[in-house]
Design a protein around this ligand. Structure first.
Ligand code: SF4
Ligand SMILES: [Zn+2]
Length: 409
């Protein structure tokens, strides 16, 4: 049997998958993007590290951040400080986001001296909000005391990539370690230090179909707010290079989310929560590498749909979302067809069929890698919100006030 929470099969698939990947180039570097948001300029600075430790362990079926030699810590500090200094030119500076492609608070990735120096440099720049990313289990009284010593500004936010709050989805779809309760703990610790801990929630996990992914994302968002999250950011997934999603896409068993689905998911949230829920990375150009496929509709209406999501992002006016879901484009009916739930199919058995396809693609023997007892455990432990997906989809569509026609077979 597999140890609790572990998925050695997906870890092996990812290890094989990442073996041929080119390492990140040697040296220290940063990537900066600037966009407009309601409170001013949003400056995002990503800096290079040796990569996330979980990436090296074969985790996270959707992640393309990569790994490479650890940069010299002095060079790392120097290039990040310069990028932060450059952010001063952006006025008004709404959000200053500075993060590695992984976890800021992981000393194996960002040495403690670099954490301190980077936070100090952030504090020296006047921004309405300061943000970095870290995994929830690294948010502890000790780590936040250090953050507060260096960055005592009013609004400090830590984004945590929880993806889903369902341990079955985390284990069998994302292969992302972590326990759902870690986020609730992180929120509480954050509150004690006056730091908002925000949940980054994924839409479009490997092995889930369109409606299932929406149901899981909605449940995760609602639970994150119940656990005290100040805000949630929804990330529709892209099938990026060097990810399992890209393989599943080429094998015909994956499609990134429809843009309609993003709109419906947001519309289905209670108004007070929708206002606090952001969307990010729905556009093709937001990742670190070009994606094989990105969230999209049919191609013909994508430009208009992206503009509607942009308009929603900067105003939070649901009229933009409603305009999208009442589109007259022909692809609306194809999307509704994609939402159709095949009541005769069990999720667990379908997932195992997809595992078999994924195993063959990387030359692994499915029967050996996923023994019968594990298969049975996987099938028997499908969570209630996915077993009850017909009802979950209906509730979501009702909450979003979408008239769709039939959604069952
Ligand atoms: S998704 Fe986050 S935790 Fe997972 S490998 Fe990528 S950076 Fe690490
Ligand atoms: Zn269309």
């Amino acid at each position: 049997m597999w140890a609790t929470g572990k998925n050695p099969f997906l870890s092996r698939v990812m290890a094989v998958r990442r073996k041929g990947r080119a390492p990140m180039p040697r040296g220290a570097s940063v990537r900066t993007t600037i966009s407009d948001i309601a409170i001013g300029k949003f400056v995002q600075i990503w800096f290079q590290t040796a990569g996330c430790v979980w990436d090296r362990m074969g985790q996270c079926t959707m992640c393309d951040y990569g790994a490479g030699p650890a940069p010299n810590v002095n060079e790392m500090i120097s290039v990040v400080k310069q990028a932060i200094e450059n952010a001063r030119r952006e006025e008004p500076l709404g959000v200053l986001y500075v993060s590695p492609s992984g976890s800021f608070l992981d000393a194996r990735e960002v040495p403690p001296r670099a954490q301190v120096e980077i936070l100090r440099a952030m504090k020296a720049v006047d921004a309405a909000e300061y943000v970095f990313e870290s995994r929830p289990e690294l948010i502890t009284p000790d780590s936040l005391r250090m953050v507060r010593n260096e960055l005592d500004s009013e609004r400090v936010v830590i984004e945590t990539g929880i993806e889903s709050d369902c341990d079955w989805v985390l284990r069998y779809c994302h292969n992302k370690p972590g326990m759902p309760e870690e986020f609730a703990n992180a929120v509480q610790v954050g509150a004690a230090y006056g730091i908002d801990v925000v949940a980054n929630v994924a839409l479009g996990a490997a092995f889930l179909r369109e409606a299932e992914a929406m149901i899981d994302a909605r449940r995760t968002i609602l639970n994150a707010y119940r656990q005290g999250a100040e805000a949630v950011i929804l990330f529709p997934l892209h099938a990026k290079q060097n990810t399992l999603l890209a393989d599943l896409l080429s094998l015909g068993v994956y499609r990134p989310p429809w843009l309609y689905s993003i709109a419906v998911l947001l519309l289905s949230l209670p108004t007070s929560l929708r206002r606090k829920t952001e969307i990010s990375w729905y556009r093709d150009n937001s990742g670190s590498l070009p994606a094989h496929a990105s969230p999209r509709n049919c191609g013909t209406c994508d430009v208009e749909a992206f503009l509607l999501l942009d308009a929603y992002r900067s105003t939070h006016d649901p009229a933009h979302l409603r305009a999208m879901v009442s589109s007259t484009c022909e692809c609306r009916s194809t999307w509704l067809q994609d939402l159709t739930i095949n009541s005769g199919e069990t999720i667990g058995h379908r997932l195992l069929r997809d595992y078999e396809i994924a195993a063959a693609e990387v030359g692994l023997a499915f029967d050996v890698e996923v023994p019968p007892m594990v298969r049975q455990q996987l099938v028997d432990s499908v969570p209630g919100h996915l077993l009850g997906r017909e009802q979950g989809l209906k509730s979501m569509l009702d909450a979003a006030s979408i008239g769709t026609g039939p959604v069952h077979t």
